[in-house]
Design a protein around this ligand. Structure first.
Ligand code: ZN
Length: 147
C-alpha cells in the first residue's frame, strides 16, 4: 500500500467517522417522532452501520489477500528474472566450454564428444548395472557361475 493510498484511506475514514457522529447526534434529538418510530429509526441505523462495518472489514480482508497475491507474483517475477540471468550465464559458460573443447580437440585430436549408453537397470541384489532395456530378465551371478 502506497503512502498516498494510505493518506486517502485515512481521510475517508475520518470523514466517515464525522458523519456517523453527526448522525448519532441527530438521532439522539429525534423527539418529534413517536417512540416506536424513534426506536425503529435507531434500530435501522444501527443495522446499516453494522452492515457497513462488516462490509468494510470484508473488503479489507480481500485487499490484504489481493496484496499477498501481488507480492507473490512480484516475488515470482523476480525469481524468473534471476533464473533467466542464471540460464544466460550458464549458456555463456557452456559456449566457452564448447569453444575450449573444440580448441583442445583440434590440438590433441581427441574426440569432442564421448557417448555413453546409459540404458539399463540396477540390480539391487547383486549390485550390478544391467545394460539394455530396463525390465529384462536377469539372473544374478552366483559363486558357481563366476567360477
Ligand atoms: Zn542381479
Amino acid at each position: 500500500m502506497t503512502a498516498r493510498t494510505m493518506t486517502v484511506r485515512l481521510a475517508r475514514a475520518q470523514r466517515r467517522a464525522e458523519r456517523r457522529d453527526t448522525l448519532l447526534g441527530l438521532l439522539a434529538r429525534l423527539d418529534t417522532l413517536t417512540a416506536a418510530e424513534q426506536a425503529l429509526l435507531l434500530e435501522y441505523t444501527n443495522a446499516e452501520l453494522a452492515s457497513s462495518d462488516e462490509l468494510r472489514r470484508a473488503v479489507q480482508g480481500q485487499q490484504r489477500a489481493l496484496q499477498a497475491v501481488i507480492d507473490q507474483t512480484r516475488a515470482a517475477e523476480a525469481t524468473i528474472v534471476e533464473v533467466e540471468q542464471e540460464r544466460d550465464a550458464a549458456r555463456q559458460e557452456l559456449a566457452a566450454a564448447r569453444t575450449y573443447d573444440r580448441a583442445l580437440s583440434s590440438v590433441t585430436g581427441w574426440p569432442t564428444r564421448f557417448t555413453f549408453d546409459v540404458t539399463g537397470s540396477y540390480c539391487a541384489t547383486c549390485r550390478a548395472w544391467i545394460p539394455g532395456p530396463p525390465g529384462q530378465p536377469h539372473a544374478c551371478p552366483t559363486p558357481d557361475s563366476i567360477a
